[in-house]
Design a protein around this ligand. Structure first.
Ligand code: SF4
Length: 379
């Protein structure tokens, strides 16, 4: 298959692995965070860490959109669906994220709330058109990849004069979270999280381009290499990071040049800027409040803003005490450090958000990595 098999060639992977091994200097460690959940999944699926020398370590980042959503936001969605006469639409993974009081959107549905699984915001829009007497709310989550489609739906609702459609907006931004991890978080937790370089997200970068990471790498003096999702993409990105670190450089480089440009998708930028503005602060699971790290609807689109329409007041809620998702999302722990991994917490019965989505570190490790623990990961 063109553009797929070429990036999964085992012989070439071995060649790049040898180059990484030769480039990685024995006396130093290379701690590289893959920011994106899609990369976490691919690294586990293709056993990338097995091909790396012991002193090149991959650290999971907060790039799974379902994982970083704090419990308080799920609680708000449940409250919305349970207390208001609305149809709440969201993606399948979000339905299963554990919330407070042993609830989830799935359990709220079982108790009578009108919660529906959709594949896209377009499905929610269609539902609103088909049932004009009923309010439809789209529970919008995700990084910059999915924000443009939500903006498009809001513009479409306006064009159709749909009065029964709104969005509970939880779209978050990658560069502020990256800056938070490399800056304040590393300063606070230097003993447990030290990151030398970042594998930048692929899908997000298709939309925003590589330029928004330039201030991050410049300010925190860490290299960022944007990568695609195939095994050779990831191996090549690791090699590029190792080389930059050896040469004392901290630049944004683009391994995923077949899809990502410096400027990104101009149409998507325009659309997002038209509909959304930045929230002064937003809570991320594991990372806490991060300034200007999420979107909300602009006042001119307030009639499509479910938070305003239904008076949703945000309340923080603690994670399950047994769950280490917060530490995993900060890069300070790994799934196997959680005492309930694979026993009490499994993909069928997730206790934390990292076990829900296939992009979650715990779910990826459960599916592919739990039988081949590596001594090198303990470094
Ligand atoms: S195994 Fe489950 S409980 Fe433990 S950190 Fe992962 S998601 Fe949380």
């Amino acid at each position: 298959m063109k553009y797929m098999d070429e990036f999964r060639d085992g012989t070439l992977a071995q060649v790049i692995a040898q180059k990484i091994a030769r480039a990685a200097r024995g006396q130093r460690h290379y701690r590289l965070m893959e920011f994106c959940g899609g990369h976490t999944h691919a690294i586990s699926r293709y056993g990338i860490t097995d091909l790396l020398p012991a002193n090149v370590n991959m650290i999971h980042g907060p790039g799974c959109p379902v994982c970083v959503l704090p419990i308080g936001r799920i609680d708000s969605a449940i409250e919305l669906a349970a207390r208001h006469p609305v149809t709440l639409c969201t993606y399948a993974d979000t339905l299963r994220v554990p919330a407070s009081n042993h609830l989830s959107l799935m359990k709220a549905k079982a108790r009578g709330a009108d919660v529906r699984m959709v594949y896209s915001v377009a499905d929610a829009l269609r539902l609103a058109q088909e049932h004009p007497a009923r309010d439809t709310v789209f529970f919008a989550i995700g990084f910059e990849t999915t924000t443009p489609s939500t903006a498009l739906a809001i513009r479409a609702a306006e064009g159709l004069r749909l009065a029964n459609f709104s969005v509970f907006c939880n779209h978050v931004l990658t560069p502020p979270a990256m800056a938070e991890i490399l800056g304040p978080l590393q300063a606070r937790e230097f003993d447990t999280v030290r990151i030398d370089g970042i594998v930048g997200p692929g899908h997000v970068s298709c939309v925003i381009g590589s330029q928004p990471y330039e201030f991050v790498s410049e300010m925190y003096r860490r290299p960022v290499v944007i990568a695609g999702f195939e095994p050779l993409d990831l191996m090549q990105a690791v090699l590029m990071l190792v080389k930059q670190l050896n040469e004392g450089r901290h630049q944004v480089e683009n391994e995923y040049a077949r899809a990502v440009t410096r400027g990104g998708n101009a149409k998507a930028h325009e659309l997002v800027a038209e509909v959304f503005e930045l929230r002064p602060s937003f809570e991320w699971r594991g990372l806490g409040e991060i300034p200007y790290s999420a979107h909300k609807l602009k006042p001119k689109y307030e009639r499509y803003d479910a938070e305003a329409r239904y008076g949703i007041a945000y309340r923080q809620a603690p994670d399950n005490k047994a769950c280490e998702c917060g530490a995993i999302l900060r890069g300070t722990k790994k799934p196997r450090d959680c005492k309930v991994f694979g026993t009490v917490c499994t993909p069928e019965n997730p206790l934390g958000s990292c076990m829900v989505s296939s992009e979650g570190a715990c779910a990826a490790h459960y599916a592919y990595g739990r039988f081949r623990e590596r001594v090198q990961d303990t470094v």
